[in-house]
Design a protein around this ligand. Structure first.
Ligand code: HEM
Ligand code: HEM
Length: 191
């Protein structure tokens, strides 16, 4: 909690709260909301942002550009990661600050993909891994409900391009067009 709220200037660790909001409830569209995420997922992401020697990090921005988190994650010790991940997993969602669905016209399409996937393109139902209500599942499946739709869409495109390297999500995003990605990102945010 201490680290999340204040960082540690003596070690060059920035305060997470500045960008991710109180208890991880960010109100900035491209800054993910971190409250009530599985702690194993948070810890994995913090490791994934760390560049590996000369090699790029598992998780970068578009075209391999370093994520802002790639300057922050390397300042954290394994103990910091464990502490901050547990702290965030125990925070409550503040639904007043959460993301919501706003595109009425694509809601039905988003719901269909969420619940049933797209059979003829072999896209599985998102609900199977992210839980029917979008709350996520231990250990590695993030909560998507209440996440900012802009952030979700951005991540789906990064999975598709491989800039965020993940085999499962790459295969899924790669079989979807921009319209379907936008529809399901919006729907998931509103769960
Ligand atoms: C992403 C944690 C500080 C901006 C993330 C993610 C985690 C995280 C776990 C991935 C979330 C997900 O996959 O859903 C932390 C912690 C911090 C911290 C523990 C403090 C030690 C900051 C600060 C900023 C920031 C200070 C702004 C200057 C962002 C942004 C993303 C992100 C923009 C999305 C990155 C991308 O998609 O490449 N953070 N964060 N974070 N964080 Fe932080
Ligand atoms: C991560 C969306 C289906 C497994 C994510 C993220 C998004 C997403 C946006 C990143 C969340 C964040 O950064 O906070 C979707 C959508 C799906 C879908 C829209 C349906 C079309 C699935 C399925 C599985 C799965 C079926 C399991 C077979 C995962 C895993 C991660 C993830 C393991 C974490 C990846 C990592 O560690 O970086 N998904 N997902 N997803 N999803 Fe999915």
């Amino acid at each position: 909690e201490q680290l999340f709220l204040n960082g540690d200037m003596s070690r060059g660790v920035l305060a997470c709260v500045t960008c991710h909001g109180e208890g991880g409830n960010s109100t900035i569209p491209m800054n993910p909301n971190l409250a009530a995420m599985p702690h194993e997922y948070i810890a994995k992401q913090l490791r994934d942002f760390v560049p590996q020697g000369d090699k790029r990090a598992v998780r970068t921005g578009a075209d391999g550009a370093p994520s802002i988190m790639s300057t922050i994650a390397p300042t954290l010790t394994p103990q910091d990661i464990q502490n901050v991940a547990l702290y965030l997993s125990q925070q409550k969602m503040d639904w007043d600050k959460a993301g919501t669905a706003t595109h009425e016209a694509t809601m039905e399409r988003g719901q269909t993909i969420w619940r049933a996937g797209i059979a003829d393109r072999k896209v599985p139902a998102c609900a199977a891994c992210h839980s029917p209500n979008g709350a996520g599942l231990p250990a590695e499946f993030p909560r998507l409900a209440g996440q900012h739709p802009e952030y979700l869409l951005d991540q789906l495109k990064l999975f598709r391009s491989g800039d965020r390297a993940n085999d499962i999500m790459h295969d899924i995003a790669d079989r979807m067009n921009d319209k379907d990605l936008a529809a399901v990102a919006d729907y998931a945010a509103g769960l």
